[in-house]
Design a protein around this ligand. Structure first.
Ligand code: MN
Length: 351
């Protein structure tokens, strides 16, 4: 029997349909179609490759695999050495979503894991720890669409090395306001001497990541993020809110969500596809693109070409390390001045 030709989809990666059985052979239950994906030295069998995951575009599970292969160095750089929570959609994004922390028994021996702790619940979990692209493809085989890495790495999971600025537009906030607030954030970062790496969120917002020294715990990194958010609010009070209660927030403003830096909070990684019918992607952009990028145009279908042309716009993030000490001084000052902290979501007594 003739084997279907292998499709080449990028350096070191080949997708090869598994040969089907001759008609009339009744040796076992009919097998669902599968594809074998070669990623470097690893082979990952992808079951149900033709299952439509994104109804608005018809993109399949195999399309999702091919997307992640096309942005391979970018997604690996975004996840490298980080505990990673998986947002799985076993029947596609129109179906149920599973938030998976633990790597299941039966995972291949070449998978890397890292143990993280959840003191609030007195529990721990062995989470995926991506160090190579095959780990990402394994996760997609497990029906993962979104990758949500911690802001800390395996060497010390208790000390974040990534400060995450989440510009979250409230329901009636126009994109123009998000762009304006991004520029204000950029201005404050410049004054601090911090290098920020912007990306679309995959929804209507923007994210800016800053590499920091892993010198403080979650509590202090969150305090620093709150102090920064307040400064952005002071500079654009009509466009920014840091108000804790959603109902009290101006619906036309951007909420600077400092709580994304709280323990156990994770956001979609750079290059992560989002679990929405349109298959939008959280896409790294330059600061110059803040005013022109249309977040909805950045999708599983368009980002591979962009990546081929521009490479990974966040590739340099590890080389620009910021110390948050000055932000912690701002936090001290605000606390002395009686500014209140609404607390961390989901924690007893929060709010
Ligand atoms: Mn957000």
């Amino acid at each position: 029997m003739r084997e279907a030709p292998a499709r080449s989809i990028g350096p070191g990666a080949v997708v090869r349909p598994t040969p089907s059985r001759p008609p009339g052979t009744v040796t076992q239950m009919a097998k669902a179609p599968a594809a074998e994906v070669q990623v470097g030295e690893r082979t990952v069998r992808v079951t149900n490759p033709d299952r439509v995951y994104f109804p608005a575009t018809g993109a399949t599970k195999l399309d999702l695999v091919e997307y992640y292969l096309a942005v391979g160095p970018g997604i690996v750089n975004a996840l490298r050495e980080r505990p990673c929570m998986l947002h799985r959609f076993p029947t596609g994004v129109a179906g149920d979503k599973v938030h998976q922390k633990r790597v299941p028994a039966g995972a291949p021996p070449w998978l890397e894991i890292v143990r993280v702790h959840f003191p609030r619940y007195g529990q721990h979990a062995d989470e995926l720890c991506v160090t190579e692209l095959a780990h990402v493809v394994w996760a997609v085989q497990m029906s993962t669409v979104e990758f949500h890495p911690w802001n800390s790495r395996r060497a010390d999971t208790e000390k974040p090395d990534e400060w995450r600025i989440d510009l979250d537009p409230m329901p009636a906030c126009p994109l123009a306001t998000v762009r304006r607030v991004a520029h204000v954030a950029h201005e404050v970062l410049d004054e601090l001497g911090a290098v920020g790496w912007p990306k679309t969120s995959g929804g209507n917002g923007l994210h800016v990541y800053v590499r920091i020294e892993p010198a403080f715990g979650f509590t202090d990194v969150r305090r620093a993020a709150l102090a920064f958010a307040r400064e952005v609010e002071r500079r654009a009070p009509d466009a920014v809110t840091t108000t804790w209660w959603r109902k009290d927030r101006d619906p036309t403003a951007v909420f600077v969500d400092y709580n994304q830096n709280a323990r156990d909070h994770t956001m979609a990684a750079a290059y992560s596809v989002r679990g929405v019918p349109e298959a939008t992607v959280s896409t790294p952009i330059t600061w110059d693109e803040v005013d022109t990028v249309e977040p909805g145009d950045c999708t599983l279908h368009t980002v591979p070409r962009r990546f081929a042309e521009l490479g990974d716009l966040h590739a340099g993030i590890d080389g620009a390390v910021f110390a948050i000490d000055e932000l912690l001084e701002w936090a001290d000052r605000d606390e002395r001045a009686g500014e209140t902290d609404g607390g961390v979501p989901d924690e007893p007594g929060a709010g």
